[in-house]
Design a protein around this ligand. Structure first.
Ligand SMILES: [Zn+2]
Length: 485
């Protein structure tokens, strides 16, 4: 949960309107294909989804690194079949290993995948692949199919629409991310991407190492770094072999030689690694937010997630929800008034008691919707210069069973003064050079990390027993990060 970001609901306006169907010529293949959008609509769709994604996932706060990625991306896009799109390249503040593209030229690289790259050429391979999805209009045909099939997917914990009586549906932009590209589309993007690498004279053989890394990472992930890139990109090792085969031929487009480990790693020095606990973390079923200095307990056994714009908990039976969010109103009672005035909401009771010594205004309410009805409690509480909305609700039928645990959860919100919570820091990447020739084990001993050996090996591109040459720049992970459960 990030204080500056309020929930931004962006619906893809186009998705709700009658569709303009038609054929368009694919810019890459020259063949006609069935798409539902003009290029202008494609760009508009991308722009709206971009707003959604940037608000929900957040950009990584390093303008220099962002500008460097943009420069790399723009040079590659300029030699593509669609140089005139409003190409936009962003690093997302997300620890998962992922990269993706949206229609219209919006490309995203997570800091999680950056942490696993070991040269500019490797990154260029990822960027080129994503540019390939855009130039070949994979997203557009994907969305077209999705619309026809009425596909509805959620972002992990983002709540199912039937559990969302308050209009905070996940933006449709996020849903696009979970649509798979076909195998053929992946191959096509691989091929196009290798070609675009010539724009920076990047060595296309570096891309084989990316697939090698993805293959290894998929076996070594911990819970908060699920390899999303893999889930949409089948069979990394087969693709590695295909790329190696392709790039050993005589095609001049594959003659790039740039593959700079040292210069690239220097750019990653100090980058946040893994979950950033400054933005909130869970421990023993409680949520702690160091920046906003509060904690709140969630009911036992509930699934929880920190979704940046709000913190969410869902009962195991999926019939009750607890949400922590922020509202604009400075006064809890004004915020309550605005909430209770919402469509379909009926007030059951109100209370103006303070909550753990903080100014608060709460209410029990009922929601009658088409076919579904809910009972719930809302507490608006003022803490620091923020007004929090603590919202718990359940289906009408489940409320009597869930009311007590939901109520206890909302009532547990309190200020935190413990310096151990307030001063928690994320793990970071530190770049060091091997003093002499050493094995990976020797490196780990000499330059210990606060993550496991396997992770350090994968992120540096070395395996157990490998001999690392003297003077090789290497990543290690320093800092304790979020307290463990
Ligand atoms: Zn892909």
């Amino acid at each position: 949960m990030v204080r500056t970001v309020f929930l931004l609901i962006v619906s893809l306006a186009l998705l709700g309107t009658p569709l303009l169907q038609g054929c368009a010529v694919n810019p890459v293949t020259g063949q006609r294909q069935f798409v539902l959008f003009t290029e202008g609509q494609e760009i508009q769709m991308g722009r709206e989804a971009d707003r959604d994604i940037t608000a929900s996932l957040g950009e990584y706060d390093d303008p220099e690194l962002q500008a460097w990625l943009d420069d790399m991306g723009q040079r590659m896009a300029a030699i593509s079949e669609r140089p005139d799109l409003p190409w936009t390249f962003r690093i997302l503040d997300d620890p998962t290993i992922n990269a993706f593209a949206l229609p219209g030229g919006y490309i995203y690289i997570t800091r999680g995948i950056l942490a696993h790259m070991n040269s500019d050429a490797e990154l260029a391979g990822v960027v080129g692949h994503e540019i390939g999805h855009v130039t070949a209009r994979h997203g557009v045909t994907r969305v077209s199919r999705a619309q026809l099939a009425q596909v509805g997917l959620g972002l992990g914990m983002v709540l199912a629409p039937e559990l969302r009586p308050f209009g905070e549906a996940a933006g449709a932009g996020l849903q696009l991310l979970f649509l798979r590209n076909s195998r053929e589309a992946e191959r096509e993007a691989d091929d196009l991407g290798l070609g675009y690498m010539s724009a920076g004279d990047y060595d296309p053989r570096a891309v084989a190492r990316v697939f090698e890394m993805l293959g290894r990472a998929s076996g070594a992930e911990d819970g908060d770094r699920i390899p999303g890139f893999l889930s949409t990109h089948p069979d990394p090792l087969e693709r590695r072999d295909r790329i190696l085969e392709q790039t050993t031929g005589d095609d001049p487009i594959y003659r790039g030689s740039r593959d700079d480990r040292a210069g690239f790693l220097q750019r990653l020095d100090g980058m946040v690694f893994g979950t950033n606990p400054r933005e909130g973390y869970f421990r023993d079923g409680a949520f702690f937010h160091p920046e906003m200095a509060f904690r709140m307990d969630f009911p036992q056994e509930w699934r929880t997630a920190n979704a940046r714009t709000e913190v969410q908990g869902v009962s195991p039976q999926q019939d009750a929800v607890v949400l922590i969010g922020l509202v604009d109103e400075a006064s809890p009672s004004a915020a309550r008034q605005a909430f209770l005035a919402g469509q379909g909401i009926t007030t059951v009771s109100r209370s103006d008691e303070r909550l753990n010594d903080l100014p608060a205004a709460s209410a029990d309410f009922r929601v009658e919707g088409d076919g579904s009805s809910f009972r719930g409690r809302v507490v608006f509480v003022r803490h620091g210069d923020l007004t929090f909305r603590l919202l718990g609700y359940a289906t009408q039928a489940s409320w009597s069973a869930r009311e007590a645990s939901v109520g206890r959860s909302l009532a547990s919100f309190r200020a935190v003064t413990d310096p151990a919570v307030l001063n928690v820091q994320p793990r970071r990447i530190e770049i060091v050079r091997t003093e002499g020739e050493m094995t990976l084990e020797g490196f780990l001993q000499r330059h210990p990390s606060t993550v496991d050996a396997q992770t350090v090996g994968v992120m540096n591109g070395f395996r157990s027993g490998d001999v690392i040459p003297a003077g090789t720049p290497m990543k290690r992970i320093v800092g304790e990060g979020p307290p463990r459960d």
